[in-house]
Design a protein around this ligand. Sequence first.
Ligand code: RP5
Length: 158
Amino acid sequence: MKISIIMGSISDREIADKIVKKIREFDIDYDVKVISAHRALNLLEDYVKGEEKETGVFIGIAGKAAHLAGVIAGMTIRPVIGVPVKSSTMDGLDSLLSTVQMPSGVPVATVAINGGENAAILACQILSLSDESLQKKLRDMKTQMVEKIKNTEYKYEG
Ligand code: RP5
């Protein structure tokens, strides 16, 4: 199973890069497309329906009136993760609310504004339910986080 990532515009590529970087660390198959729900709805439906069988998790990245992840969720029974993108005028609050405030029956697991890395980790955690080697990689990541914290020292430099 792969992770299918869709961004609403090529201007979202910085967030897509964060996701791809993390997914590659876990050595998981992925696919990335630029398809706006507003500008190319039929294309989006063709893609989601076409990829659903091979896809374990969809990730939708969008800013402003960010309906992309919600629209994807309306088209598939696969889990959908939404990444709201920080917009220039409203700091991403517009994107966050557009992504997270889904009607009952159509969930989107929404991460923080620009939270690409967490979207990737969450997608890998979902895929790991049926992949023991991926579970081990995720456990190793947690161990490394603990080690990093243990090795972090504070020194007053005032
Ligand atoms: C959204 O509108 C995109 O996801 C992007 O974050 C935002 C602006 O898109 P562009 O006008 O830069 O293409 O659909």
